[in-house]
Design a protein around this ligand. Structure first.
Ligand code: HEC
Ligand code: HEC
Ligand code: HEC
Ligand code: HEC
Length: 240
């Protein structure tokens, strides 16, 4: 065994991984358990939401009245229909995301509209979250949010919602393209999407999850203007 070569090999590997800046890496979907093991309060709230159960709505004989009204066949199994699944799961067809026919145990973490549908694929930024909390504990220094942007955490919530909620024929949203949602304002005015209203809902009726006050692990960066208001109305996180 040539120790010297092994050491050189190790240095080479280290040099290569340092040479690839975080921003150039492609994040993968990790599934919601990775997030909820740190963010259990948001996890508990999310699990009771319509988003968490969105995949079940595609199964036969579920939400029959709504399906009939939208011109769909309530007896059909839409959970394997490529015209439906993308908006009812997390990271459809992406690395680590939902794939039709995946084994049910793996699917559990990516069925429904979960954390990464709104916050972005998490394999890179989730590490930054863990490191930032360690840094704050050991040195009292908060981490710049710019690091999260480089790690591909999404802060453009309006666009994330639009991808599913405003994606229908005749939508004013410029990004609309098939497959479209069958549940449009023309089917029922209640399907009219109002970002400003939905994102501001205070407490456990928020469509994403109840919001809890941040403790200042991150600072700075460009966050959406709505953040201040959401944080103002956020609850204190219960002690574990
Ligand atoms: C190792 C624990 C850990 C993991 C895993 C983790 N986070 Fe975090 N996250 C944190 C901590 C700690 C903070 C800072 C909270 C604070 O300031 O109070 C944070 C902050 C956040 C924030 C707010 C960031 C900001 O702008 O201040 C969001 C959103 C978030 N996490 C979502 C996620 C999602 C989605 C996942 C899964 C892909 C995830 N987190 C995984 C620990 C974690
Ligand atoms: C990946 C697609 C997707 C994304 C992203 C998404 N949604 Fe949804 N949303 C859905 C689906 C699908 C349902 C219907 C769930 C069901 O009943 O099966 C839904 C339901 C809802 C509802 C009605 C149910 C309720 O809880 O009142 C609201 C409001 C809502 N979403 C708001 C939002 C907001 C705000 C955002 C962005 C911050 C967002 N959604 C992001 C797909 C998405
Ligand atoms: C472009 C994204 C998208 C596609 C594609 C999509 N949906 Fe949805 N679906 C949504 C959104 C967003 C909602 C939530 C609408 C709301 O409550 O405002 C929803 C809601 C639903 C609901 C609940 C409606 C209610 O009133 O409770 C059912 C059932 C459903 N979708 C089935 C389907 C089926 C079946 C297909 C395929 C034929 C499909 N969806 C394709 C985005 C989509
Ligand atoms: C439908 C979109 C959506 C989903 C799904 C979602 N979030 Fe969020 N989340 C948001 C929005 C919008 C905010 C508020 C804006 C902000 O503070 O950055 C937020 C804020 C947060 C924050 C900051 C503190 C707080 O409570 O406001 C954390 C942490 C977080 N989310 C974690 C999660 C985790 C973990 C999951 C999955 C269990 C999840 N989110 C699922 C949209 C979503």
């Amino acid at each position: 065994m040539n120790i010297k070569l092994l050491v050189i090999g190790g240095w080479l590997l280290a040099a290569i991984s340092f040479a690839t800046p975080v921003g150039a890496q492609t994040p993968e979907y990790t599934g919601n358990r990775v997030c909820t093991k740190c963010h259990f309060s948001q996890g508990d709230a999310w699990r009771t939401s319509a988003h968490a159960k969105a995949f079940d709505s595609l199964k036969p004989n579920v939400k029959t009245a709504a399906k009939t009204k939208a011109g769909l066949d309530p007896a059909k199994d839409y959970s394997v229909d490529q015209n439906c699944v993308a908006c009812h799961v997390t990271g459809h067809g992406e690395i680590g995301g939902y794939k039709t026919g995946m084994n049910p145990d793996d699917a559990k973490l990516v069925v429904g509209v979960s954390c990464e549908s709104c916050h972005g694929a998490g394999s890179i930024y989730r590490k930054a979250h863990g490191e930032a909390v360690d840094k704050l504990k050991s040195s009292g220094i908060a981490t710049d949010r710019q690091l999260l942007v480089e790690a591909k955490q999404n802060f453009d919530y309006e666009k994330a919602c639009a991808r599913c909620h405003l994606n229908y024929q005749g939508s004013k949203w410029a990004g609309a393209k098939p497959p479209y949602t069958p549940f449009t304002p023309a089917v029922d005015p209640k399907y009219q999407f109002d970002f400003d209203k939905a994102v501001r809902v205070v407490g456990d009726k928020n469509p994403a999850h109840t919001h809890y006050k941040l403790r200042g692990v991150f600072k700075g960066g460009t966050v959406p203007a709505i953040r201040a208001e959401i944080q103002q109305n956020a609850l204190e996180e219960p002690e574990e």
